[in-house]
Design a protein around this ligand. Structure first.
Ligand code: 5GP
Length: 238
């Protein structure tokens, strides 16, 4: 597959056109950013690890019938993906309370809610990705009630599958973010990435953080923790 012009240059990823107008190439950079891009750094080989983790997880989901934009990993930092029309929503799936949810509801970090929490966010950097409810998402023309049903049910299905995989890897899947897009046939599919950049992953024994919180909170060993996640997942999927 030939890589053609750069379509989008994001903080941590680039998207390139290909010679097939239904496919794009995602390229993972070594940049790491947090707090809406206020904090940023370069982390050697981070793009290689996030591509490896996200490819592994998307393959795992694909094998279990979840429709995503991922086609195949085509290089250390690159994956081939289906071209989608971005839906500007983020779905946050939470098995444990952490981050903004802990702050917003005044709950202790790590507490386990009685059921899975789903938050919908408007993906808008200028506004800082605010929470949005279903009526707002529909009123703004971002999604229909039927679209939201797919978004929520897909989020819960992915949570069930990934919680189990991470548990076998000795990791608690505390929370994660999903993004969605509309495929050429109109169906809603999962897009973007799932990696330690977009999730909270805690060692099941020690509760050590193995995700982007290591960067957000200056805990050090960011790349080593990401590598640990990849090695453990690789062993768990076998
Ligand atoms: P929180 O709402 O606690 O900040 O984030 C919840 C989960 O979603 C975390 O795993 C966090 O990494 C992920 N997440 C939320 N928004 C973003 C975002 O804009 N970028 C990335 N990379 N992850 C996000």
């Amino acid at each position: 597959m030939t890589r053609r012009e750069l379509l989008f240059d994001g903080n941590e990823k680039q998207v390139y056109a290909t010679d097939d107008d239904k496919l794009v190439i995602f390229r993972f950079k070594d940049e790491i950013t947090a707090y809406n891009n206020v904090k940023r750094a370069k982390l050697k080989d981070k793009g290689i690890i996030t591509n490896a983790v996200s490819s592994l997880l998307f393959e795992y989901l694909k094998d279990r019938g979840v429709d995503t934009h991922f086609v195949e990993r085509i290089g250390e930092r690159e994956q081939l993906c289906r071209k989608i029309c971005i839906i500007p929503l983020e779905l946050i799936v939470r098995n444990r309370v952490a981050g903004t949810e802990a702050m917003r509801l005044g709950l202790p970090e790590g507490s386990e809610p009685a059921s899975v929490i789903l938050n919908l966010r408007y993906n808008n950097d200028t506004l800082g990705d605010p929470l949005i409810n279903d009526t707002e998402a529909c009123a703004l023309g971002i999604a229909t009630p039927a679209d939201l049903k797919v978004v929520y049910s897909t989020g819960l299905r992915i949570n069930t599958l990934l919680k189990d995989l991470f548990a076998r890897a000795g990791i608690i899947l505390a929370d994660f973010k999903l993004e969605f897009g509309r495929a050429s046939d109109g169906s809603i599919i999962v897009s973007d990435e799932i990696s330690p950049d977009t999730s909270r992953l805690w060692d099941a024994q020690t509760l050590e953080k193995l995700d982007k919180d290591r960067f957000r909170l200056d805990l050090g060993d960011v790349a080593d923790s990401y590598k640990k996640v990849y090695e453990r997942l690789k062993a768990a999927v076998k």
